[in-house]
Ligand binder design. Structure first.
Ligand SMILES: *[C@@H]1O[C@H](CO)[C@@H](O)[C@H](O)[C@H]1NC(C)=O
Length: 765
């Protein structure tokens, strides 16, 4: 224990509170490419922060963030080489200027006694936490390339700033594999307040949960491609959420108390259009609020489907107007009642009448997918009730995590020793693994700053015989529960036979297993040996470089597995080199994204994404009872050179799509990755989907309206299914938005939205 930690521990004991285990465990994270002596873990108190409610701690916190010299801030495009976990013990930290966390930084507070970041009255900056600063007129990082960061367990307080002075709690234009969790924003409640708790103007998210906004002109002002946000509370905000723009968004379990307007999705775009694509509001409540939802959608607004909305299971208590149209007045009267389901937009499948506005049938939810207050959910475990002695360190168990040592045996032994009632702490590092790691029932693993476990070597070399890297449950149907949090799996060198996660475990629907912020990253990072040097993009060539095949399948859920809750998981085959100064594009091949073939079913995919996989990003077969909130995919940028017919052989036992057969007679670029394919399955409840195809062989012309949105012919396929319910299907660059049993259900031209095309309601029957 370092001296300052000792003092903190003594102080905590004096008031009868133990510090968070993360503060007390040994800090042994190693960043092998960051230079000798580089520290991954930084306690702000070790850098002089007092947290005493009076000292200005700005410089000390910045020193903790920037320690190490080569951290990625102004002018740096992105990196995975210099990670940092910046820890804040409980206390009140006075801040007079924005804290700017460099790329690949986690900010973690003590969850039991959340630290308060309090702005001084003379605060200067755009956000107490400025997650992507404007050093120039542009954001420092391209917001769609801001990955791998999180912030959790804080109170953000702007109440010392005059209510009429502009103030922002957190500025957070970021993308996949990021999160804000368990944060309270305290702002003035004066009528004159112009404060905003959370401001996000762009990016490709994402996930957030467990945020409370008190006061302010707006709790959250949000523009981004897509998001799942859940468990947000808004008290005494003039407007809870101002939606600046989006392509699609799913809100789950929001609570509004005493606000003027709950959610405003009526924002105008250029030339008399709307800026907001669509929103889904699920399992939420509005109390003592004038207008629950303000919308701009009418039958004549443009684009045709912009501003589409669905509310399902929304409770009103003293809410005069449930839905108000900016130009059309009250669309749905309020009162005190529960709205089963109501919406506006385009629909297919259930009715010949394409346009709808009004009550709709609510989904009939399977009991196995529901919890106390709507669909089941569980926020990520932080183990705040445990002590440091409850954790087993991977590095103390002999694993090196240096990117070159074979850590297979040491990691397996660490997993086994922790599985006996402890939690495995995966210290930051790059762990090279040359065989299968078995994760038995009962295992709990939590990473420090997104460490990565990499499949490497001949064991993963056979494209015809894939082998698992992480195998959860040794045999399909093994019973029990597993919790995996905050780490990444990927590859080091070619791994055409790597199945990065194989999920065999059968968990009780009432006690599911969970994966929270567990990501897949194939290529594109230092240590993967698949960067510009090896895999620079080859525009105009269909050559498949065997040295750039990084995975066979990202995640496979086998037939007897069941009961898995996945939250904020991003399965990414790299499209660019994260370490490169200009994020130059690279060509990496990964065969398959997430494949679920569980006959038992019962899976929750909450804010997940799967990108640039060759055959499909999501495929489901012979399964049922699936809950999805806003999943997002991208087709590989190189397709159709090569197209999806090579190099991964069609494997019948995996129900692979056979493009050579199914594309016969289909015009355009047919043999391209499916965003979503569901076969021989039933009972899906999809709340938000974004399936994007932006490129033809690295050229984006095909995804424009002028070019005909023809990057690929088809992108979503339902084959022999029943009771598939989709709210908010968004597609980009695909001529057909949705295929059923080989025929197109809808084309993009009939459903134009702000950038994607949108079908707000689809039921397969
Ligand atoms: C259709 O799917 C069901 C499962 O939902 C399966 O039992 C049946 O065999 C499938 N039919 C065909 C023709 O594949």
């Amino acid at each position: 224990m370092r001296f300052s930690t000792f003092l903190t521990a003594v102080a905590s004991l004096a008031v009868g509170i133990n510090a968070y285990w993360l503060e007390d465990v040994q800090h042994q994270g190693v960043a092998p490419f960051a230079g000798d002596g580089y520290k991954v873990f930084r306690n702000v108190k070790d850098y002089g922060a007092k947290g005493d409610g009076s000292t200005d701690d700005t410089a000390a916190i910045a020193a903790a963030m920037n320690d190490g010299g080569n951290r990625c801030l102004q002018g740096c495009a992105s990196t995975t080489t210099t990670p940092a976990v910046v820890y804040f013990p409980s206390g009140t930290y006075i801040i007079s200027k924005s804290i700017m966390p460099p790329y690949f930084t986690q900010l973690i507070g003590d969850p039991a006694q959340r630290p308060v970041l309090k702005a001084s009255s003379n605060f200067q900056g755009f956000g107490l936490i400025d997650g992507n600063p404007y050093f120039t007129e542009n954001l420092n990082w391209v917001s769609t390339n801001v990955f791998y960061r999180q912030m959790r367990n804080f109170v953000i307080d702007t109440t010392a700033i005059a209510p009429g002075t502009a103030a922002t709690g957190i500025h957070w234009p970021t993308s996949q594999a990021t999160s804000l969790i368990n944060i309270e924003f305290n702002m003035p409640t004066d009528a004159s307040t112009v404060h905003v708790g959370l401001f996000c103007e762009s990016g490709s998210g994402g996930f957030m949960s467990d945020l409370t906004f008190n006061g302010g002109a707006a709790g959250a002002s949000l523009g981004n491609q897509q998001y799942t946000m859940r468990n947000l509370v808004f008290n005494n905000c003039k407007t809870g959420i101002i939606q600046l723009w989006n392509w699609g968004w799913t809100y789950i379990n929001l609570q509004f108390n005493n606000c003027g307007t709950g959610i405003d999705i009526s924002a105008p775009g250029a030339d008399n259009t709307l800026a907001v694509g669509s929103a889904i509001i699920l399992d939420s409540s509005f109390k003592d609020t004038q207008v629950a939802v303000k919308t701009g959608y009418t039958t004549s607004t443009k684009p045709d489907t912009a501003g589409s909305v669905i509310l399902e299971n929304v409770k009103l208590d003293n809410v005069p107007t449930a839905v108000e149209g900016v130009d059309s007045g009250s669309l749905l009267a309020g009162g005190s009642m529960t709205i089963a389901a109501w919406g506006q937009g385009h629909r297919y499948g259930s009715s010949a009448d394409r346009q709808f506005s009004g009550d709709i049938a609510a989904n009939t939810r399977p009991a196995s997918l529901t919890g106390d207050n709507g669909y089941y959910s569980r926020s990520k475990p932080q183990y705040e009730d445990l002590a440091a002695s409850d954790f087993v360190s991977a590095r103390s168990s002999g694993a090196k995590g240096d990117g070159t040592t074979d850590d297979t045996a040491a990691l397996q032994s660490a997993i086994n020793s922790a599985a006996n009632g402890k939690v495995l702490f995966l210290d930051y590092g790059l762990y090279k693994v040359t065989g299968t790691l078995n994760i038995p029932a009962g295992a709990k693993i939590i990473g420090e700053g997104y460490p990565i476990i990499m499949a490497s070597g001949d064991f993963f070399g056979d494209i015809n015989n894939p082998k698992p890297l992480l195998q959860v449950g040794a045999n399909s149907g093994d019973a029990g529960q597993v919790e995996l949090t905050d780490f990444v799996v990927g590859n080091k060198g070619p791994a055409p036979g790597a199945k990065l996660i194989e999920w065999n475990l059968a968990s009780d629907a009432a006690k599911p297993s969970g994966m929270w912020e567990v990501h897949v990253r194939v290529g594109g990072f230092r240590g993967s040996d698949m960067l510009i040097e090896q895999c620079l993009k080859k525009a105009g060539s269909s050559t498949i470089d065997p040295n750039c095949i990084g995975a066979n399948m990202m995640m496979h859920v086998t037939p007897k597995a069941s009961g898995l809750y996945m939250e904020n998981t991003w399965l990414w085959s790299a499209d660019h080199d994260i370490e490169d100064k200009t994020n130059t594009q690279i060509t990496i091949f990964s065969g398959r994204g997430l494949y679920i073939e569980s006959t038992v079913g019962t899976f929750w995919l909450v804010g997940t994404a799967s990108e640039h996989n060759h055959l499909y990003n999501y495929q489901f077969a012979n399964t049922k009872n699936i809950f999805v909130s806003m999943f997002q995919t991208e087709t590989p940028y190189y397709q159709p050179l090569p197209n999806a017919i090579e190099p991964f052989p069609v494997t019948a036992s995996l129900n692979d799509p056979d493009f050579a057969a199914s594309c016969s007679g289909v015009a355009g670029n047919c043999a391209e990755s499916w965003g979503l394919r569901i076969i021989d399955s039933s009972d899906f409840f999809i709340y938000g989907a974004g399936h994007y195809s932006f490129f033809n062989n690295y050229d984006t012309t095909c995804s424009t309206v002028e070019a005909g949105e023809n990057c690929q012919s088809r992108i979503v396929s339902l084959e022999n299914v029943s009771n598939i319910n989709i709210y908010g299907l968004n597609t980009i660059g695909s001529v057909s938005m949705l295929e059923k049993d080989g025929s197109s259900v809808a084309s993009w031209q009939d459903n134009v939205n702000v950038y994607p095309a949108n079908i707000m309601l689809y039921r397969s029957g």
